[in-house]
Design a protein around this ligand. Structure first.
Ligand SMILES: Cc1cc2nc3c(=O)[nH]c(=O)nc-3n(C[C@H](O)[C@H](O)[C@H](O)COP(=O)(O)OP(=O)(O)OC[C@H]3O[C@@H](n4cnc5c(N)ncnc54)[C@H](O)[C@@H]3O)c2cc1C
Length: 544
């Protein structure tokens, strides 16, 4: 099939009038927060007119992994419930400081989130549960050897750690401590994940050590992150003329080589049955979100389990693999997408039309909805956790409907009560397993009559945590290129940590300031480990 050829989005004649940002086009591949943030900074700090910016998104929805959708009739789904912290999320809160809230007139999204958290404070009274009872999670349970290993990994250079796994550093008993149960379920680490990434996390979030058992450092959005973040950001961009090319899958990028290095000259994308090619001029910019943690994710239903997708689904991995096969400096995607057994897990969203579960949970935990956060069942074979967010969790959620979210880190294990692998369970079976762990057995028949639960399998959800070495992730601005940047979770940014919205927004700031040569610093990386007070209280916690 032939390709339709298109000039770069704005009228080419305009560009001939003279150089300048008025005549710069920006092509952003992927509609996640990395691209949305890039578009916002191109406009705000780069003076690129919104009408010159085009975002190519292969699905029908913007926001990528930062999702939330549904209705009371058709069930709600959030693939994830996100936690942020005020100190560590400098880039994300910088972005949200100039985006107006849609639900709090006259306020920025940042102000709205800060005010919400001042009103609904996080303080878990029930972080860990065993044998149907909450346990004292303030006791970390670390041995002297564990403490030494923690200090050692923080002090070892990334080069020395190389592709080692976390389990190569610590004793097997470390993975049975309260510290590990809380750390691994808060951040979704597995023992086989990258030791380098754990080191970065320990340093980046060392200020959370003393409050890891209460999650008091966690900040949340008033609604799910699609409603509270993606919607206001896309609204702001639309008002400025940014074009959203939905259901447009980018399949390839052509380069030309000149004295300054290589430059993108064409983008190929598919929309419906038609293959398109769009020209990219020398003054134009291309931002590529390479890889996605939610690629190939699939939903089950109350009566059917989800299926396990592959990297062949969607354009995310395919595009990165195509680029990397031609350009050695564009990273090695196989380091991240090559082991689904180790990168997958399963989450679920329940829509409840009866208040029983929320009431039982409030009594059990001692937390009102929205104030507790993760409740982890440490004797669950699936290492299951559940979160009851503040209600309503969706802008369109009626008062008599409740939504909660949960996940399990070991989907290949058989349940303790439902004798099936978590990955083979229906929504109903997931609820039964959770509720039996909590000893809510008597109420299960009633609760099931009005509940629906949507399982979600994500084959690549922790792919960004897989062991990696230098060069596996491309630099945001690969050396020797002139008009391309890599953004998102699989580009290299020194010291910062993936599996965060912060990392994607930091990549966006870095890409925009560097490509446009803007004389402005990227929001500073919060380094709590330089603070003696924080170090002291963290050390004290390790002895608790
Ligand atoms: C279950 C879960 C829990 C999480 N918890 C937290 C948390 O507690 N705190 C936190 O900070 N973060 C959390 N995150 C992570 C955070 O949501 C992500 O890091 C962030 O949303 C990634 O954004 P991104 O734009 O970099 O990539 P993505 O959101 O993955 O966006 C990529 C987009 O590009 C599109 N795309 C890919 N390839 C192509 C192509 N070839 N053509 C066109 N379109 C393409 C995809 O469809 C997708 O929309 C969580 C995520 C999940 C899923």
């Amino acid at each position: 099939m032939g390709e339709t050829r298109e000039p770069s989005t704005i009228a080419v004649e305009q560009r001939l009038d003279g150089p300048g940002r008025e005549f710069t086009n920006a092509h952003l591949i992927g509609g996640g927060i990395a691209s949305l943030a890039s578009a916002a900074y191109l406009i705000k700090d780069g003076d690129v007119p919104g009408r010159n910016i085009c975002i190519y998104e292969e699905t029908g929805v913007m926001g990528g992994s930062l999702d939330g959708e549904g209705s009371p009739e058709h069930n709600y789904v959030i693939r994830g419930g996100r936690m942020f912290t005020e100190e560590a999320y400098t880039c994300m809160f910088d972005l949200l400081s100039f985006i107006p809230s849609l639900t709090a007139p006259g306020k920025s999204v940042k102000d709205e989130i800060y005010e919400f958290n001042a009103r609904v404070k996080s303080h878990s009274n029930s972080r860990l549960v065993k044998d149907g009872r909450k346990i004292d999670a303030s006791a970390m349970g670390l041995s002297n050897k564990d403490r030494l290993d923690l200090v050692a990994i923080m002090a070892t250079s990334e080069e020395s750690l190389g592709a080692r796994r976390i389990e190569d550093i610590f004793e097997p008993s470390f993975f049975k401590t309260n510290f590990w149960y809380m750390w691994c379920t808060t951040f979704a680490f597995q023992p086989w994940h990258s030791a380098v990434e754990l080191k970065r996390y320990l340093l980046r979030f060392i200020q959370e050590f003393p409050r890891i058992h209460t999650l008091a450092g966690v900040r949340r959005t008033p609604y799910n992150q699609y409603d509270s973040i993606v919607l206001p950001v896309t609204t702001w961009l639309k008002e400025r003329g940014v074009r959203f090319l939905m259901e447009a899958k980018v399949t390839g990028v052509d380069f030309k080589y000149g004295p300054d290095g290589k430059a993108v000259e064409r983008i190929h994308y598919r929309r419906g049955d038609v293959q398109h090619a769009v020209d990219v001029g020398p003054a134009d910019l291309v931002f590529v979100t390479n890889g996605s943690m939610t690629a190939a994710s699939s939903l089950g239903t109350m009566s059917s389990p989800p299926t396990l997708g592959t990297k062949a689904e969607g354009g995310s991995w395919a595009l990165w693999e195509t680029l990397a096969s031609d350009h050695a400096d564009f990273g090695r995607p196989s380091a991240f997408n090559g082991n689904v057994t180790e990168s997958k897990w399963l989450s679920f969203t329940a829509t409840l039309r009866d208040p029983t579960f929320l009431k039982l949970m409030e009594e059990f935990t001692g937390n009102k909805a929205g104030t507790g956060g993760l409740v982890t069942l440490i004797d669950s074979n699936w290492l299951m956790s559940a979160v009851i967010p503040y209600q309503p969790h969706f802008i369109n959620q009626p008062e008599d409907v409740h939504v909660f979210w949960g996940y399990g880190l070991f989907p290949d294990q058989e349940g303790n009560f439902v004798k099936k692998k978590m990955s083979n369970c229906t929504g109903e079976e997931l609820l039964v397993e959770l509720w039996r762990h909590l000893r809510f057995d008597d109420h299960i028949p009633l609760m099931l009559t009005t509940a629906t639960c949507m399982p979600c399998m994500m084959p690549f959800i922790t792919s960004q945590f897989m062991p990696r070495v230098k060069g596996d992730r491309p630099l945001v601005r690969p050396v020797g290129t002139t008009n391309i940047a890599f953004i998102g979770q699989y580009c290299e940014i020194p010291d910062d940590v993936v599996f965060t919205v912060e990392y994607s927004v930091r990549s966006a700031q870095t890409a925009v300031y560097s490509l446009l040569r803007i004389d402005k610093d990227v929001s500073p990386l919060y380094k709590a480990h330089h603070d003696v007070g924080v170090l002291f209280s963290s050390l004290k916690t390790m002895f608790h």
